[in-house]
Ligand binder design. Structure first.
Ligand SMILES: C[S@@+](CC[C@H](N)C(=O)[O-])C[C@H]1O[C@@H](n2cnc3c(N)ncnc32)[C@H](O)[C@@H]1O
Length: 300
């Protein structure tokens, strides 16, 4: 069948793996061999050992179609996590799909900071009330619920699609009874729940990409992740401006506002906090790469 574009009806696992890796490599994917193996394991529902020991086994029918479809989508630079359907975060596996941001490892620092602040709150000893603003997949709220079993959590998002995934993740990790998911704009849904002045920790990883940074993003992010989860207005600070202004209404005395920030944004966010004159201590923490990543501010 030389010279035709008709896809083969049957192939050995070894050939499929070699062709897949070459295709992903041509598409500019660095770990092409490894990613091909993960996609084939997923599509063919086999273990890494099965894949290695059965290179000459013939794949055909539905299994072959699934494998080729996943390889084609990855070659178009769709994120691996959307194809596999999961991403690990804080040692837990989270369901993800297009329409919800893929959790990033640096966001785990936000969870650590919130756990630390929960222990430092003057009301330590009673059940802390925590709000996760812009919950996305629910990775922060669910991880905090697991780490702080006495905490009462409220998680908001403007995206109904994200909230559906977040609810499933809360169920997956047995914390659905501990986290209330609310659709709406930033902290506003908390008002109707009677939480003004009662939240001990507001934690948020808001959208923070500036307009000028958009074109330089990886295609996986720019073309496939939801813009609503990423775009932070012209200078990337639009949502921080609102959060620092709006959080004090909801925070209890001595409560914490904890935010993830993008590279180079920590100082601007600190200035926004200072300008409100509502916050006392402001603590900035770097990530493993030395980039200031988490800003914690305590309400006076
Ligand atoms: C950077 S993502 C963070 C998602 C998740 N917390 C994480 O860390 O992976 C920002 C999230 O905020 C949501 N969002 C954006 N603007 C919002 C707004 N005005 N009110 C509520 N949620 C918003 C987006 O839908 C998205 O899920």
């Amino acid at each position: 069948m030389i010279g035709t574009d008709v896809p083969p009806q049957a192939m050995s696992i070894g050939d499929l793996a070699r062709q897949g890796a070459a295709r992903l490599s041509r598409a500019g994917i660095e770990q092409a061999g490894l990613e091909t193996a993960w996609l084939l394991e997923h599509a063919l529902r086999v273990t890494p050992l099965d894949l290695r020991l059965n290179e000459s086994q013939i794949v055909e029918g539905e299994g072959l179609r699934r494998a080729q479809a996943l390889l084609a989508r990855r070659a178009d630079r769709e994120p691996l996590q959307y194809l596999l359907g999961t991403q690990e975060f804080c040692g837990l596996e989270f369901e993800v799909e297009p329409g919800v941001l893929i959790p990033r490892p640096e966001t785990e620092l936000l969870v650590e900071a919130a756990v630390r602040c929960a222990g430092m709150h003057p009301a330590a000893g009673r059940r802390p009330v925590v709000a996760d603003v812009g919950t996305g997949s629910g990775c922060i709220a669910v991880s905090l619920a697991r780490r702080l079993p006495l905490a009462v959590l409220h998680a908001t998002d403007r995206s109904a699609e994200a909230l559906r995934v977040a609810r499933r993740n809360a169920e997956r990790h047995d914390v659905a009874g501990q986290v209330t998911f609310l659709e709406g704009d930033l902290l506003k849904p908390l008002r109707a729940s009677g939480l003004s002045g009662r939240v001990d920790i507001v934690v948020s990883n808001p959208p923070y990409i500036a307009e000028r940074e958009w074109e330089a993003l990886q295609p996986e992010v720019r073309l496939f992740e939801p813009r609503i989860a990423l775009a932070g207005g012209e200078d990337g600070l639009a949502v921080y401006r609102r959060l620092v202004q709006e959080a004090p209404e909801f925070l209890s005395a001595g409560g914490w506002l904890i935010m993830e920030v993008g590279q180079g944004q920590a100082e601007s966010v600190r200035m926004l906090l200072d300008t409100t004159k509502q916050y006392g201590v402001v603590d900035v923490r770097p990530d493993q790469a030395g980039i200031d990543r988490v800003v914690c501010a305590r309400k006076q």
